[in-house]
Design a protein around this ligand. Structure first.
Ligand code: ADP
Ligand code: MG
Length: 383
């Protein structure tokens, strides 16, 4: 069994009538880099505030290092937070900002000096002790905020969209640095982001949140390859959805028919029963787009016409209207291949994909049902 350093058990947090978290449970393993991923308002910050002790739940329990947090005031929790907007003290210089928590603990002056110097080196800000915080760039401010949290040597570091305010290039650089810091320090990181790419890059495990519920918990690979619900699929960049009815099963394969009469195949054996409705989902990068009809004929083959092409630099995408009217998006990361360049607006094309790449989500009446019959992706071997 895992050794959870932080555990939430059936936690409900309401603001008035609105439940920001609804019977939410999660175990965070000691030393892992866990990311809370979800759209704005899904409850990510609420989780961090509960763990830090800035809020109390109406129901459920929180354990930190095995202790019931209800009896631990924030300052007794071995946890520190890095906030999105840095929250530095503007009237204090870099040294004073970082030293603040240590001085509260009444450490000796030379000990404070030593620890501040060490941590500034760790975040690669040596020699900036005397700078005023308003002389710092966004990236430097974020490093000070990190140093201020790390100098207290917490067992768990909570990071609330810490890279959200940085420009793209700096964000990419800080992602790598945060990972390096995590590996070097060996402490537990609970990191919040609404950016799926960032979650995949950073994390040992990702917890996908939706309206105060845990939709899926797993490694980045698992969540990317086998999103458990349609919500997770959409959030992880799946763009093509077709409503179908399962007409026949044949062992592991299942033949589905769309409402417009297209025939599609999946090998999601357990996911659907004959006669049941299901949504088929396919990633843009799982679709193969060709000018000629592929040989041998693939199980899933649709003819259509390109209505738009989008050049993205490293990749290219095509919006294809298929003969029955639906629009699908195909994406290819080899954007400069000559064959790709020849597929332009107006081209008649074929879209094909392997049955194993069809993700399948049974359609259920309501949310309650959705909980019981967890939708399943095509096949455990889907990559
Ligand atoms: P996220 O960080 O994922 O964007 P939050 O945890 O901040 O989401 O918020 C979850 C939900 O709780 C949102 O609907 C938000 O409006 C609500 N909420 C959060 N904090 C408060 C508060 N102090 N008062 C009222 N509603 C709040
Ligand atoms: Mg938030």
């Amino acid at each position: 069994m895992i050794d959870p350093i932080v555990e939430l058990r059936g936690v409900t947090k309401r603001y008035g009538e609105h439940a920001a978290l609804d019977e939410f449970s999660l175990q965070v393993c000691r030393g892992e880099f866990l990311t809370l991923l979800g759209p704005s308002g899904s409850g990510k910050t609420t989780i961090l505030r509960l763990v830090a002790g800035f809020e109390e739940p109406q129901a459920g329990e929180i354990f930190i290092e095995g202790k019931d947090a209800a009896r631990l005031p924030p300052y007794r929790r071995n946890v520190n937070t890095v906030f999105q907007h840095f929250a530095l003290f503007p009237h204090l210089n870099v040294f004073q900002n970082v030293a603040f928590g240590l001085e509260q603990k009444k450490l000796r002056r030379d000990e404070v000096r030593r620890r501040v110097r060490n941590v500034l080196e760790l975040v690669e800000l040596p020699g900036k002790e005397d700078r005023s915080t308003n002389q710092l760039s966004g990236g430097e401010k974020q490093r000070v905020a990190l140093a201020r949290a790390l100098v207290l040597e917490p067992a768990v570091l909570l990071l609330d969209e810490p890279l959200g305010a940085l420009d793209e290039k700096l964000r990419k650089q800080m992602q790598v640095e945060l990972k390096r810091l995590h590996a070097r320090l060996g402490i537990t990181f609970i990191f919040v982001t609404h950016d799926q790419q960032e979650a995949l890059v950073m994390s040992d495990r990702v917890a996908v949140l939706h309206r105060g519920h845990l939709e899926q918990l797993g490694t980045g690979e698992e969540i990317y390859a086998r999103p458990r619900t349609r919500f997770v699929a959409e959030f992880m960049g799946v763009e093509n959805f077709l409503d179908t009815q399962c007409v026949a099963r044949d062992g592991d394969a299942c033949r589905l028919e769309t409402l417009t009469g297209l025939t599609l195949w999946t090998d999601a054996s357990a996911a659907v029963v004959e006669g049941a409705r299901a949504t088929i989902a396919v990633r843009p990068e799982s679709l193969r787009i060709t000018l000629a009809s592929p040989e041998p004929k693939p199980a899933n083959l649709l003819a259509g016409q390109v209505v738009e092409t989008i050049f993205e630099g490293g990749s290219r995408r095509w919006i294809v209207q298929i003969s029955t009217g639906e629009r699908l998006v195909a994406r290819d990361s080899n954007s400069l291949a000559t064959a790709r360049e020849q597929i332009v607006r107006g081209s008649n094309v074929y879209l094909s994909w392997e049955p194993a790449r069809s993700l399948v989500y049974p359609q259920t009446a309501g949310r309650e049902n959705a909980k019981d019959s967890a939708p399943r992706a095509a096949s455990p071997s889907t990559k």
